[in-house]
Design a protein around this ligand. Sequence first.
Ligand code: UD1
Length: 419
Amino acid sequence: MDAFRITGGKVLSGEVAVSGAKNAALPILAAALLTPEPCHFERVPELTDVGTTLRLLAELGVAVERDGDRVTLAASSVRTVQAPYDLVKTMRASILVLGPLLARFGEARVSLPGGCAIGARPIDLHLQGLAHMGAEVAIEHGYVVARASRLKGCHHYLDFPTVTGTMNLIMAATLADGVTIIENAACEPEVEDLATFLNKCGARITGAGGDRVVVEGVTALKGASHAIIPDRIEAGTLMLAGAITKGDVTVTGACPAHLEALIQKLREAGARVDVDNDRIRTTVPDGLKALTVRTLPHPGFPTDLQAQMMALMTVAKGVSIITETVFESRFTHVAELCRMGADIRLEGQNAIVGGVRELSGAEVMATDLRASAGLVLAGLVAEGETWVRRIYHLDRGYERLERKLGGLGASVARVTAPL
Ligand code: UD1
């Protein structure tokens, strides 16, 4: 199982290009199920989660062609509407095939994802929405089984702006009979990117990216080409990597409008952030100061950058308070950061982080993707060597992170290590 061996203390500098967004690519690839015509995608990041999605689509009968970051999918001869447990259990986002399969084929059987490292993460809101659109939904033998000869448009209010839930409902609504209005929809840029792609296919979606999405159902969709938006979480992680080493890092090919909450917080912490079109340069002229950060649905501070921001705060001057409001147990990095000398106390959903002068390298591991990224960032400034184990979590969501960091001057080696 691969690990990263990081030698801390290198000051990062230079330019690094951002890859396509994982959380946009996964739903958009699943959306290709909605049309029998071929769809062409560019800037598809080379990640394990993308590989899992393509395996799942192939399993369903979709023709898959992949050449680097280009993918072509053709769902003209789908042979089953069943997404099996062994694929869904490794990636919760597999639930994204539920809406498209049900809408186009009138039936879907998707394994329930089960628990995960960052909380219970139920899918009840996905199912409530589909039921409101007229689907019969049952749980049978560990599978969600949904049936509807044709879904019907409805006016649906989401109890929480779930990201993949909003995406599933939008995809389902594209082929429904009549108009679907989703209130309290997730406003994440990835939802908007999905709608942009679907509209190219002939869907009629307005309001995506806002909290009220209107979908006028059509009878069929056609194929289209689409380039995935840049990954704001990867961009943010690289900006924070530069900042923690007090370096001078410019991320290129980014979308600064998607990163406003982070940019504002970094400036508050004493970093200088200069934005020039798709380039974001981050420097730290006079040290880092403590912050108050609260994760929220977009446009609030993203939960997917919480662990990396916490790593930064471990070496900032003063006491920071980081509140996680999106997931109930997304603090698996805390105990590991403490093993590296961080001063963090957990009180319910708050982490109280006292800045320390220095972290020290240690052997650490994390049980989720973004927590692993937080540990890598801590390793960049820790004195001595840090081993981050189980980086298969990182590979799910970061494209060759060690090479991107290495290009900026970090010393990060991928090592095949015993368990
Ligand atoms: C997506 C992102 C993930 C990100 C998260 C929050 C993808 C593939 N993943 O995950 O990277 O961390 O948004 O920004 O896009 N909830 C329910 N019932 C539901 C659905 C969600 O109670 O039916 C709760 C969850 O337990 C959680 C909160 O709502 O507490 C947010 O979850 P949600 O927005 O659905 O996250 P995902 O779409 O799974």
